[in-house]
Unconditional design. Structure first.
Length: 416
């Protein structure tokens, strides 16, 4: 599939934008997950602070021992009430920390160390187990009597951290902080690579644009200057298959035709007969249209006579001086028209029964397409016929070029 210049630019732009959007989306996901991890890290820090607060309260309580009955009752109201608040907050914080971790997006884990991920996962799994052990053990130390709990035993349980829950909370907080730091570093690294990738992509796009478009256009501009300075026939080399390549082809054709036209003009100025003029025209139009044969038809009263046929084969010699029917469809058309272009002579002869010249050329000369030009010079006029063996031997550009040269042909062929 050949892509034009517009399609190439669109495809290149879509690829670059798609890569950018994909990487930008990935970066946003990383940043969003990092934000969630930072929030969870804050929650873990609060949980760790809560356990430290409980340890500090237990230490203060222990430092105030021994107690009398009155101070014990006061501590049951104050310290024990505070402990119950701590325990309720502890349960809520542990449950929230676990829910947040298990609902945490794993999108960015591909950039992190697998061992660090596994350690944090194990920490949060163990967190619930140890919290349950702590709650059960603390309750056993306090006893079943809510009015007279064994605060000394419960306080010693907290200080000793017999379940290892407090130490595990501190470990979980520390290792999750390491995860957040690693995640932040990976996100920054990814964004750095994202920026470098975009710079490289833009550089490649600019380089491609320069090689595929700018340099080729500059070559065309230089070619135009060459022709403007008189280097007619100058050719540009281009291997592309897009609109610029078509522009180069058109330029090369125009340059070649300009050279041929100038060469033809110079050659026609030195001819001494109509036959020489026909030979020059046929030779110089080889590059433009490569005609198989060339004929000149001149009017003589009501009769059309072919004169001075360009000699390509012996069969054409019989056309010189041949009288043609005045109503021949290949020689008579609207007065306003400057040319008659027949792409398929066979179809033309079927459509027009009076296509005598076309029939003759088809059967005797193996001609399948022709272009007849009206040429006029003062009071004289004639028809110059270019013939080719191909059914579609002339394109519209060739027809327009030959039509623009009709006055030059007339000056050379119809001169007295």
């Amino acid at each position: 599939m050949k892509l034009g210049l517009n399609q190439k630019i669109i495809v290149a732009g879509v690829i670059v934008i798609s890569i950018f959007m994909l990487m930008f989306w990935f970066s946003n996901k990383l940043i969003f997950q990092l934000t969630e991890d930072i929030e969870q890290s804050n929650d873990l820090s609060q949980l760790n602070q809560l356990t430290m607060l409980m340890s500090d309260s237990a230490t203060q309580y222990d430092q105030n021992a021994p107690r009398d009955y009155e101070s014990y009752n006061r501590d049951v109201k104050v310290y024990y009430g505070r402990l119950k608040e701590y325990l309720d907050s502890l349960s809520i914080s542990v449950e929230k920390a676990q829910d947040d971790f298990y609902n945490r997006s794993t999108f960015g884990n591909v950039l992190l160390d697998g061992n660090l991920i596994e350690q944090n996962s194990n920490n949060f799994k163990q967190l619930t187990v140890l919290h349950q052990q702590f709650t059960t053990g603390f309750g056993e130390k306090l006893g079943d009597n809510e009015d007279e709990p064994r605060l000394e035993w419960g306080n010693d349980y907290i200080l000793a951290d017999e379940s290892g829950f407090f130490a595990h909370v501190a470990q979980t907080d520390t290792q999750f902080q390491e995860l957040v730091v690693a995640h932040r570093s990976a996100t920054q690294q990814f964004n750095k690579y994202l920026s470098l990738t975009l710079i490289v992509l833009l550089a490649l796009l600019i380089l491609w644009f320069n090689q595929s478009i700018v340099k080729r256009i500059i070559k065309v501009a230089k070619g135009c200057r060459q022709v403007a300075h008189g280097d007619f026939g100058f050719q540009i080399q281009d291997k592309g298959k897009d609109e610029i390549n078509q522009l180069v082809k058109d330029f090369n054709q125009l340059s070649s035709r300009s050279k041929s036209i100038l060469s033809m003009l110079g050659a026609l100025q030195s001819v001494h007969s109509r036959q020489e003029a026909l030979d020059v025209i046929r030779t110089e139009t080889q590059l433009m249209i490569n005609p198989t044969a060339l004929f000149l038809v001149r009017a003589s009263g009501s009769i059309q006579i072919i004169e001075n046929v360009s000699p390509e084969s012996q069969n054409q010699d019989g056309l010189a001086g041949k009288q043609l029917a005045a109503d021949d469809s290949c020689l008579m058309w609207d007065e306003d028209a400057d040319f008659l272009h027949v792409e398929d002579i066979l179809s033309h002869t079927v459509k027009f029964k009076n296509a005598h010249l076309a029939k003759y050329l088809l059967h005797n000369q193996n001609i399948n397409s022709l272009l007849a030009l009206n040429i006029r010079n003062k009071d004289d006029n004639g028809i110059l016929i270019f013939a080719k063996k191909q059914k579609r031997g002339f394109n519209q550009q060739q027809v327009s070029t030959l039509q623009s040269l009709s006055s030059l042909f007339a000056s050379a062929l119809l001169a007295d």
